[in-house]
Ligand binder design. Structure first.
Ligand code: HEC
Length: 116
């Protein structure tokens, strides 16, 4: 999936999901950018990008502040967090935390040393 497809899908889902659940926080416009790496709803498609869906809200908030102030070092996320206001960070954290997490099904027969 290329970036364009991904962003369009993210926008479509945002609109379709608007009526779905009144109690969920609204999707922040800034979350569209995050979708390129973290997936449309916070479940990323590549292992190098962490899933954000269902993560604790305070953890996401803390992580974004840490990237922004340089306490946590990652060039990609530093660039992403640089332009976020405290309000943006609150909205993004609330929204990603409210998304359905990826289902992880462990393979009980896999050798303990196996890595994906
Ligand atoms: C270009 C790809 C890319 C984009 C776009 C991006 N991220 Fe990330 N994000 C990453 C990578 C890579 C990491 C892992 C960095 C590390 O090891 O600390 C990460 C890590 C994170 C983490 C920490 C997750 C954890 O489990 O500790 C949060 C929170 C996060 N991103 C939020 C966001 C938000 C919110 C946006 C949109 C404003 C965003 N990211 C946009 C690539 C991206």
């Amino acid at each position: 999936m290329n970036l364009k497809t991904c962003l369009c899908a993210a926008l479509g889902l945002g609109l379709a999901g608007a009526a779905a659940a009144e109690t969920l926080p609204p999707k922040p416009a800034r979350a569209v950018v995050c979708a390129a790496c973290h997936g449309q709803n916070g479940v990323s498609t590549l292992p190098i990008y962490p899933n954000l869906a269902g993560q604790q809200e305070s953890y996401i908030e803390h992580a974004l502040h840490a990237y922004k102030n340089g306490e946590r070092k990652n060039p990609i996320m530093a660039a992403q967090a640089a332009g976020l206001s405290d309000q943006d960070i609150k909205e993004l954290a609330a929204w990603f935390a409210a998304q359905k997490p990826a289902v992880y099904v462990p393979d009980v027969n896999a050798p303990l040393t196996a890595q994906k």
